[in-house]
Design a protein around this ligand. Sequence first.
Ligand code: FAD
Length: 288
Amino acid sequence: MIPGPFVYHRPGSVAEAVGLLASLGEEARPLAGGHSLIPMMKLRMAMPEHLVDLGGIAALKGIARDGDDVVIGATTTQAELLKSDLLAAVLPIMRETSAVIADPQIRTRGTIGGNVANGDPGNDMPGLMLCLDARYVVAGPNGSREIAARDFYQAAYFTALEPGEIVTAVRIPVPPTGHGFAYEKLKRKVGDYATAAAAVVLTMAGGRVTSASIGLTNVAPTPLFAEAASRLVVGTGLDAATIRAAAEAAKAIADPATDGRGTAEYRREMAGVMVARALAKAAGRAKG
Ligand code: FAD
């Protein structure tokens, strides 16, 4: 399997990349790590005539603290997320999630920008970004703007990006010190996409939950923010009945397809199981 013919472009700045994408139009696609796009091109499910490689743009790299946010450049790789001391200290769920994406070779090339912009419901980062209430910084022909991750995903492979726009960075509000977290992913084997997965971030005080946020991966055409399930656990001591109720609320919004990973019924059930496990693990890790 070889891709169709294409012209390769390697801009040195965001302005140049956006200019190229705007002038080349629909036949051009940004290229980041290439570990979703190139397989699609090999299968001839994508046949862009131009690839605009973002890899030569220094401004798109790096992980930094900016006030209450952590800002991660779009071409930062999953492997770099795993190595980051800053993320280990303030956003450990980023590393827990990166560690279960694909395998080391793919994590060395695959980027956070490509993972969130791709619109594949199987990608792990989008559900986590919904849980963390991240914002995507976007540049395009009409300048720069921010889009809340919770408003970004419209359907499988359809996002709020306008033609010619690229994601330049991801801004993540840093959760309070002592927060509990967990990313629970059921997969058939190492390196597989999720049968179902859940991200949980919560805070506790005096044994009771003071805030909670739950995101779901690969149990619907888009990642899901499980708002009702999140609200349900706040104010409780996360007893078994509350965890069961939150799992049921998450299952109620799941809409998985039957595929090689299982039937729709099984995958919906597993969404609930992942939420229950992630809530219990996050509570065990929370201080307070
Ligand atoms: P690319 O493949 O370069 O691009 C993907 C799409 O996003 C393209 O449409 C491209 O035009 C667009 N794009 C890229 N960057 C930007 C940007 N900055 N702004 C706007 N558009 C952009 N992922 C998981 O999350 N979990 C898994 O378990 C998993 N398993 C995998 C297993 C295999 C065998 C393979 C091959 C991949 C797997 N992946 C998995 C996907 C992998 O993480 C990809 O690297 C990721 O989905 C896309 O990132 P990328 O940098 O490679 O993007």
